[in-house]
Design a binder for this molecule. Structure first.
Ligand SMILES: NC(=O)c1ccc[n+]([C@@H]2O[C@H](COP(=O)([O-])OP(=O)(O)OC[C@H]3O[C@@H](n4cnc5c(N)ncnc54)[C@H](O)[C@@H]3O)[C@@H](O)[C@H]2O)c1
Ligand SMILES: O=c1ccn([C@@H]2O[C@H](COP(=O)(O)OP(=O)(O)O[C@H]3O[C@H](CO)[C@@H](O)[C@H](O)[C@H]3O)[C@@H](O)[C@H]2O)c(=O)[nH]1
Length: 317
């Protein structure tokens, strides 16, 4: 297929672009490089530096599908500057969708998020749990999900929202390189990499088995496979929503232990208060993805940490 990947110079978009190219697709990456890197765009992909807001300029009727990763995705920043999240994630996605509609492009895969669910009191979380985001980032992603439902119904778009839980790991030279890094695994690995002295554990008084927050970690390569399946099975006039996770929760202390084991570093860590807005536990049920896409993760926490560590060592970042 001839595909456009927005945000393909970022972490997840660059990995998925490399998988799409390996699968024989023709890919154009569109990215404004606001948080991405030109050298992260895989060889073999065309590159257009543009904002999604200008989609009318870069989309054409011969495009078979759009994979939409481009977004601002820092929860704390979204609380301080909600206007940025509505303008970039919602207004930008609307412009993109209008160009998709105008050209009659049939397939659309969107990076949604577990943040749409807020702090649900059920675990694991199925897609039937009522979304209730607790920050502007989650609001902006849920708004686009709702837009997709409406466009699919009214205009025949074949849309899929993939609600990722916690993504980690790398695929060879494609990995996580955020200038502002908030994610647990790369931050822990900065200690053995010599970029910081001690790790930070945010919150030790959660109602979880060891008091630290529990999350569902998913390898970016498994996540990428779900995108290829979503694209292949897309159906006009339908908006599907899938939670993507492993169904297994790991605490911050579990992840710390895995990082110590993989790197052989003692990895000293300090206990800090909870990070504002962090739920205690977020674990996905991906039963729907298994049933409808035939998807399930193949790689576990150990591979996630060791591939992230391999990427950090090789790239020197
Ligand atoms: N990393 C995670 O754990 C996680 C979890 C759930 C959902 N997501 C979603 O997955 C997607 C990718 O996340 P990531 O971690 O790779 O982030 P990233 O910041 O590495 O990548 C996002 C890319 O989009 C580009 N971009 C942003 N706004 C743009 C615009 N208006 N026009 C063109 N390009 C623009 C950036 O330059 C960047 O290259 C995001 O939509 C994010 O919300 C990520
Ligand atoms: O140095 C650190 C960094 C994080 N944490 C904690 O580790 C857990 C996981 O944090 P992080 O890796 O930042 O992921 P989340 O806050 O769970 O958010 C990610 O996962 C969500 C889905 O679960 C997505 O919606 C978000 O986009 C994505 O950033 C949280 O309890 C954090 O407080 C630490 O203890 N120390």
């Amino acid at each position: 297929m001839k595909l456009v990947v927005t945000g393909g110079a970022g972490y997840i978009g660059s990995v998925v672009t490399s998988q799409l190219l390996d699968d024989g697709h023709e890919v154009t990456v569109v990215d404004d490089l606001s948080t991405g890197h030109r050298d992260a765009v895989p060889d073999g992909a065309q590159f257009v530096q543009a904002r999604i807001h200008d989609a009318a300029d870069f989309l054409s009727p011969d495009v078979d599908g759009v994979l939409h990763f481009a977004a601002k995705s820092l929860v704390g920043e979204s609380v301080e500057k909600p206007e940025l999240y509505w303008e970039n994630n919602v207004v930008g996605s609307h412009a993109l969708l209008e160009a998709v509609r105008g050209h009659g492009i049939e397939r659309f895969v969107f990076s949604s998020t577990a943040a749409c669910y807020g702090e649900p009191d059920v675990s694991p979380i199925t897609e039937d749990v009522t979304p209730s985001p607790i920050n502007p980032y989650g609001h902006s992603k849920l708004a686009v999900d709702m837009m997709l439902t409406d466009y699919a119904k009214a205009h025949g778009l074949g849309a899929t929202s993939l609600r990722y839980f916690n993504v980690g790991g790398a695929r060879g030279r494609f990995g996580e390189r955020h200038a502002i890094e908030t994610h647990l695994i790369p931050n822990l690995l900065k200690v053995p990499a010599g970029q910081r002295d001690r790790a930070a554990v945010f919150g030790t008084d959660y109602p979880t088995p060891d008091g630290t927050a529990v999350r569902d970690y998913l390898h970016v390569v498994d996540l990428g496979r779900a995108h290829l399946l979503a694209l292949a099975t897309s159906s006009p006039g339908t908006h599907r929503i899938f939670n993507l996770g492993s169904g297994t929760g790991y605490s911050v202390n579990d992840v710390l232990a895995a990082c110590r084991e993989v790197t052989g570093h003692e990895l000293p860590a300090d206990e800090h208060p909870r990070r504002p807005g962090d739920p205690a536990t977020l674990v996905a049920s991906s039963a729907r993805a298994l049933e409808q896409l035939g998807w399930q993760p193949e790689l576990g926490l150990r591979e996630i940490v060791s591939d992230a560590w391999g990427f950090m060592q090789e790239s020197g970042r």
